[in-house]
Write a protein that binds this ligand. Structure first.
Ligand SMILES: [Ca+2]
Length: 233
């Protein structure tokens, strides 16, 4: 191979590497860290012993199974009327790039309403505890989509520091009672919980692709050199 041909080959390799880098989209994409459709069970979500009114139901969700809260079942001391997330939802939310927690809530019956609360999510850990300030309950929409966006202004501090909390979220609970009421009591449901994050593609990926092309090109050059060396003469 002549020196000119070698320069041309190197230029071709560099061009491919540049093309690979330029072709990689820089925009963030949404990924789901954890999700629960409750179609085959409670899928790791738990409740306190003080909340026997919370149960998994195999049908009546959106669609399929869902988690149900029936306030007609007497609750015990320390009740939080909440479902608690399995470990897949927990961890360093800062490093994971968590953007929001979304779920669907249904109020099958409000019961006789004495006072009205909010849709509520609570996250806590060694760094503190914050409560999502959700909207007022809406019993007119079946399976209302809700989104607890992970910006500090959408949450109220119960203790600690927002940044410190997000580095180690050890508990996530979604409250299922929205009213203070008297008999008959409220019956509600939750389905389709998702913890979403933003994934920015690593530049290292496209760089590696470029290096890969370069290595392939170098391999080709060496191969041609060797085959030429074997020729007699
Ligand atoms: Ca479901």
């Amino acid at each position: 191979m002549t020196p000119t041909a070698r320069v041309l080959t190197t230029g071709w390799i560099s061009g491919l590497a540049l093309f690979a880098m330029a072709a990689t989209p820089a925009a963030a994409t949404t990924i789901t860290i954890a999700s629960s459709d409750f179609d085959d069970g409670s899928q790791g979500w738990t409740r306190l012993a003080a909340d026997p009114g919370i149960s998994w139901q195999s049908a009546g969700g959106n669609p399929g199974g869902y988690m149900r809260y029936d306030n007609n079942v007497p609750y015990g001391a320390g009740s939080t009327t909440s479902i608690y997330a399995p470990p897949a939802y927990l961890g360093n939310w800062s490093a994971l790039g968590v953007t929001d927690l979304s779920y669907e809530a249904n109020i099958f019956t409000t019961g006789s309403v004495a006072s009205i609360g909010d849709y509520t999510v609570v996250i806590s850990g060694p760094g503190g505890a914050f409560r999502w300030l959700g909207p007022a309950p809406n019993p007119s929409v079946s399976w209302l989509p809700l989104e607890a966006t992970l910006v500090e202004s959408a949450w109220a501090a119960m203790s600690g520091d927002w940044g410190a909390l997000l580095e180690d979220v050890t508990e996530l609970r979604i409250e299922m009672a929205y009213y203070t009421n008297y008999t008959p009591f409220e019956i509600t449901g939750i389905d389709n919980v998702r913890l979403n994050a933003s994934a920015v593609p690593e530049p290292a990926c496209s760089t590696l692709l470029g290096v890969g092309f370069a290595v392939l090109g170098l391999g080709g050059l060496l191969g041609r050199r060797r085959s030429r060396a074997r020729r007699p003469g």
